[in-house]
Write a protein that binds this ligand. Structure first.
Ligand code: AHR
Length: 506
C-alpha cells in the first residue's frame, strides 16, 4: 500500500479562513433562477415565489456570498428591466445563452432571496454593452438610502432599506470573444478604472473586482492581467480568476490532478499582480477572487452546435456529477483554502441546476448532487486558521498536468475550540493509500472525532431524483489513533474529512 504523511503544527499558519471562500453564483442562465431559486407555483414556494426546498439546501450548503446576475448574461443586461411592477417589466431576447428573459426576477428579488438564504450578495455591472453611467445608476439604486430619484424608485418598489452591496464585479470575462462587447486589455482596463473611480466617488469603501483572463488557457493570459492591473491597480481590490475542469477522453488521472493546474494558475496571477505593484511602487496587495470555479463538461456544451429558438428557462448546462467529480471539487476547495493568503473570495459556479450542487425538478423535488457534499463539509468545518501541511507522498505522471501527488490535503485549526479538521483527497485510482498524520506539535496530541469519507466502488456513481443519497459522506471506517499520530486509510478516488480534537482531560 502507498504511504503518505503530513505533520500538523498550529504555528504553521497560512491565513485565517475567509468565509468568502465559500461563495456561489446565480446567473440568469437555464434554470438557475427560474425553477431554481424562484418558482412561485412550487409547493414549497414562499409568498415571494422562492422555493423553500432550495433555500433550505442553500443554507445547508453553507454558502457565504452569491455572485449575480452573470456571467455572460451580465454583458447584455439592462438592470432596470428587472425593477418595478412585474407586469410592466419588458420581456427580452437574451443573447448570451439564446433564451427569452422575462425579468420576473431582478436585483430587488435577488437581494430579498439573499437575505432569506443568509448570504451576502455580490453584484456584477455590465461593462459589455454599457459603461460608467449605468454602473453608477445601479449603485445608487441599490445602495443609496433615500431622497434621490433612483433610491426612491427602489423604495417605491418595496425595498425600503438600501441593499448595501459591498462587493462589485467590473464586468465579466471581458477578454472572451463570446462576451457581448468584449474588449482588449487597454480598452477594458481604462473602462474598468473609470467605472471603479466613479463608483468610489459614491462610496470609497466598496470592494471592487476587476476581470482577469477568462481562463489560464487564453492566449493573452498574463499580459491581460498585467495591462488591466496597470490601469486599475489603485482603484480595485481584487482580480478575478475563472477555471473549469472536466475529464477528457477517459483520462481520469489527469482529471483528478486538475488542481495542479489550478495551483499554477493562482501562483501566476499572484506573481503578475505583485509584479505590477512593484513596477507602480504600490505596496497594496491585490486579492484574488476566484469567482467561477467548478467541474464543467464544457466540451459537451460546445459540441452541441449553435442554439436555436428563444426558449424560456430551458435546461442548459445541467451536468450530473459523479464521485470523481466530487473528489475534484474537494481538491479545488483544498487548493482554495491553501491559498487563503491571497484568494480571499471564491464562487463555485453555479448554485442550482446549472453546473450546480443543487438540482431541482419544476414542481418536484430538490436534491444534492455529489459535489454538494465536499462544499458543505468544507464550508461548515473549515474554521479559524488554515494550516500549511506538506503531504509527503509519491507522485504519478499525468498527460495534461505533469506529475501530481497521489494525495492532497489541507487543515484548519480553530484556536478557540482547539478543533482541527483535515481535508484530504486521494487521487490513487486502484489502491488505498495510508495517510499518517503527525500531531506531536499539539500539546497533548489530537484524537479523532467525527471522520467521514466520500468514495464508491463505482467512481461514476451519481445522485438522482429517484436515488438522491446514493453518494454521500459516510463514517470513515479506516481511522486509527496511535502515539502522537493518527493513521487513515484513504480509499481510491476519495474525499476524506477528519475532525480531530484535544484528548479529554485526565
Ligand atoms: O458559469 C457559466 C459561464 O462560464 C459564465 O456565464 C461565464 O462567465 C463563464 O464562461
Amino acid at each position: 500500500m502507498q504511504q503518505a504523511s503530513i505533520a500538523l503544527d498550529p504555528a504553521f499558519t497560512i491565513a485565517p479562513v475567509s468565509r468568502r471562500t465559500f461563495g456561489s453564483f446565480v446567473e440568469h442562465l437555464g434554470r438557475c433562477v427560474y425553477t431554481g431559486i424562484y418558482e412561485p407555483e412550487h409547493p414549497t414556494a414562499d409568498p415571494d415565489g422562492f422555493r423553500g426546498d432550495v433555500l433550505a439546501l442553500t443554507r445547508e450548503l453553507g454558502v457565504s456570498t452569491v455572485r449575480y446576475p452573470g456571467g455572460n448574461f451580465v454583458s447584455g443586461y439592462r438592470w432596470e428591466d428587472g425593477i418595478g411592477p412585474r407586469a410592466e417589466r419588458p420581456v427580452r431576447r437574451e443573447l448570451a445563452w439564446h433564451t427569452t428573459e422575462t425579468n420576473e426576477v431582478g436585483i430587488d428579488e435577488f437581494v430579498a432571496w439573499c437575505r432569506r438564504a443568509g448570504v451576502e450578495p455580490m453584484m456584477a455591472v455590465n461593462l459589455g454593452t454599457r459603461g460608467v453611467a449605468e454602473a453608477l445608476d445601479l449603485l445608487e439604486y441599490a445602495n443609496h438610502p433615500d431622497g434621490t430619484h433612483l433610491s426612491q424608485r427602489r423604495i417605491a418598489g418595496g425595498a425600503v432599506e438600501p441593499h448595501d452591496i459591498r462587493m462589485w464585479c467590473l464586468g465579466n470575462e471581458m477578454d472572451g470573444s463570446w462576451q457581448i462587447g468584449n474588449k482588449n486589455a487597454v480598452e477594458y482596463g481604462r473602462l474598468a478604472a473609470q467605472t471603479a473611480r466613479a463608483m468610489r466617488m459614491s462610496d470609497p469603501d466598496l470592494e471592487l473586482v476587476v476581470c482577469g483572463s477568462s481562463g489560464a488557457g487564453m492566449p493573452t493570459f498574463g499580459s491581460w492581467e498585467a495591462e488591466v492591473l496597470t490601469e486599475t491597480y489603485d482603484v480595485v481590490d481584487y482580480i478575478s480568476l475563472h477555471a473549469y475542469y472536466e475529464e477528457h477522453d477517459g483520462d481520469l488521472g489527469s482529471f483528478l490532478a486538475s488542481t495542479v493546474d489550478m495551483e499554477r494558475f493562482i501562483r501566476s496571477v499572484v506573481a503578475t499582480a505583485d509584479h505590477v505593484g512593484a513596477k507602480l511602487k504600490n505596496h497594496k496587495r491585490i486579492q484574488l477572487s476566484f469567482d467561477e470555479w467548478n467541474v464543467w463538461y464544457m466540451s459537451r456544451e460546445l459540441n452541441q452546435g449553435p442554439r436555436v429558438g428563444w426558449p424560456r428557462a430551458p435546461r442548459q448546462l445541467e451536468d450530473i456529477y459523479h464521485v470523481a467529480d466530487a473528489v475534484v471539487v474537494g481538491s479545488m476547495l483544498i487548493c482554495l483554502l491553501r491559498n487563503s493568503d491571497r484568494v480571499t473570495a471564491a464562487c463555485q459556479a453555479q448554485l442550482v441546476n446549472v453546473i450546480a450542487p443543487i438540482m431541482t425538478e419544476p414542481g418536484g423535488p430538490a436534491w444534492r448532487q455529489t459535489i454538494f457534499h465536499p462544499f458543505a463539509q468544507a464550508s461548515t468545518l473549515a474554521r479559524g486558521e488554515v494550516l500549511r501541511v506538506e503531504p509527503r507522498v509519491a507522485a504519478y505522471e499525468t498527460a495534461r498536468h505533469g506529475p501530481a501527488p497521489l494525495v492532497d490535503a489541507v487543515a484548519t485549526h480553530d484556536p478557540e475550540s482547539g478543533d482541527v479538521t483535515v481535508f484530504a483527497v486521494s487521487r490513487a485510482t486502484t489502491e488505498p493509500v495510508t495517510l499518517r498524520i503527525d500531531t506531536h506539535a499539539f500539546p497533548g496530541g489530537l484524537v479523532p472525532g467525527d471522520c467521514t469519507v466520500l468514495a464508491d466502488p463505482d467512481v461514476y456513481a451519481v445522485n438522482t431524483a429517484a436515488e438522491p443519497d446514493r453518494v454521500r459522506p459516510r463514517p470513515h471506517p479506516g481511522v486509527t489513533a496511535g502515539d502522537g499520530a493518527i493513521e487513515v486509510v484513504l480509499p481510491p478516488v476519495s474525499w476524506n474529512v477528519l475532525r480531530l480534537q484535544a484528548p479529554p482531560a485526565g
